[in-house]
Design a protein around this ligand. Sequence first.
Ligand code: PAF
Length: 286
Amino acid sequence: MEAWSRLESGKGKTIGLVPTMGFFHEGHLSLMRMAKGLADRVVVSLFVNPTQFGPGEDLATYPTSFAQDQESAAANGAAILFAPTAEAMYPPGSRTTVVVSGLTDTLCGASRPGHFTGVTTVVSKLFHLVRPDLAVFGQKDFQQLAVIRRMCLDLNMGIEIIGHPIVREADGLAMSSRNSYLTGSQRESALCLSRALKLARQLAAGGERSASRLADACRGLITSYPEATVDYISFVHQATLKDVSTVDRNTVLALAVKIGDKVRLIDNGYVRRPVSSYLESSDEPC
Ligand code: PAF
């Protein structure tokens, strides 16, 4: 991987990386197409990273479709599908991790201790192996994007981190490989996340500014769906990820909801039209 990247960079080609854990859906494919529009060569990494899964999480059952993924990556602009083994990524004796403090204590970091250390460590390793000029990540993992941006700045990695807007099914459900775990009735309940976002936006448009009242309304809606249990409903500043009490144009509503016993889904979005959207046509964190 490193030799190919050095060769391409030596030829003056820019490299865009799309890090993934595979089982591609339209969300992944749109990240690849975006990278293809921004860089001369696209590398898609496919690695189900064991260090970002906690005990009792779905590492053993994480869905895979390697042959199909190979075809889809090639069809969507990837020059290389880089799929290392766990032994190659974490040889015996590995002792180094990358920790971004502060930003990783809240939201998914609070619910999944150690998760972000696994993410930042593997993403750093992928950056060193692939040596990209830019990397594209989905905004569904809004905290992950903020953490990786911080890591790149703090460690002078010099890689441009690009966020791609959330890709949704026609009925609003944010695309996720984990949606494949949902039964038919759970798939209906999973709509509670995007509907809670919609409700918060409607109430904010009607003048409600209190984060706690908006959170109560979202909780009421989410818990009215069968099998839906709230992990968190947080109104946070889009860059610092700190809780806010009053929603403004920097406020993102971040949601994590468990559907049934096993499936934990996340979603997020600005509550009020963000300042950036007056310049670009995006309503997601950027
Ligand atoms: O977002 C993901 O799929 C993973 O967290 C990533 C960035 C590929 C690291 O394993």
